[in-house]
Design a protein around this ligand. Sequence first.
Ligand SMILES: [Zn+2]
Length: 317
Amino acid sequence: MQKIIVMLAASLALCSCGGKAVSADRADAETQAALPAVPFSADSAYSYIEKQVAFGPRVPNTEAHRRAGDWLVAELSRHGADVSEQRAVVKAFDGTPLSMRNIFGRFNTDAEERTLFVAHWDCRPWADEDADPERAGRPVDGANDGASGVGVLLEIARAAGANPSPKGIDILFVDAEDWGSESDEDSWALGARHFVANMPEGYTPSEVIVLDMVGGTGAVFPREYFSQQSDPALLDRIYTAAAAAGYADRFPNRLGGAVTDDHRQFIDAGIPAVDIIDYRDGFHPAWHTGADDMTAIDRSTLDAVGQTMLNLIYGTK
Ligand SMILES: [Zn+2]
């Protein structure tokens, strides 16, 4: 993903959404965690991240990518999801044909109201933010950038399989998010673009939640700019769920950055979507560097995001 600057627009948006922010501000005051209806296991999510990293960088067209993709399909199936795949060859900005796979797992397929959770499972082929030129030419491990979102969602899949919810829960692992160019906004999120253009027949999610870089040490998740434009009410529910999970400090109820990420493909197609992404003055310091390995991951961040999402789905006791 890519950060973009919309300073003026962002400050205007802050003013215009002041009324909405008040109710969630009140939730911020409740720092005491309520007992969750379904507890999240950060240890389990952590091991799902370790497993992905152990395959090696999941860069499209590589053996590590193929093996990791097969494993993701097997894991979703094991948790009881109805699993399907989209396979296609898409062209990257540099002309490389990428053999991509979107992996889609669905729970309670009869439910009309459906929440779609999305994370990208591919890795960036270059650590181009790394100051060391030798490391900059190598692919990233993507422990945080990619594997963390997938790890949290695999744990949510496990919970969804064990705890039927009245709403439909869908989990989509999109490919080819991170083979992008800073000079071309349309070169990112190719897997999500393909999904939106080739949605399964009759399928329209009620709302979309993208999780990206949700495992980093010291992570915070303010309201991402395009998400705020698209679905402020869904963000309000998420920030209330975070406060109920005792994580109001990790979900500060203020506007964060503006990010080019998978959510924008859904928004452009008229489907409300939000991006839960770590954003301080910028991304995690390991972003697109050789340091995005397991040392960048903190279980308490995984718990903050995972428990917030399970509270959103199942509520508290
Ligand atoms: Zn990235």
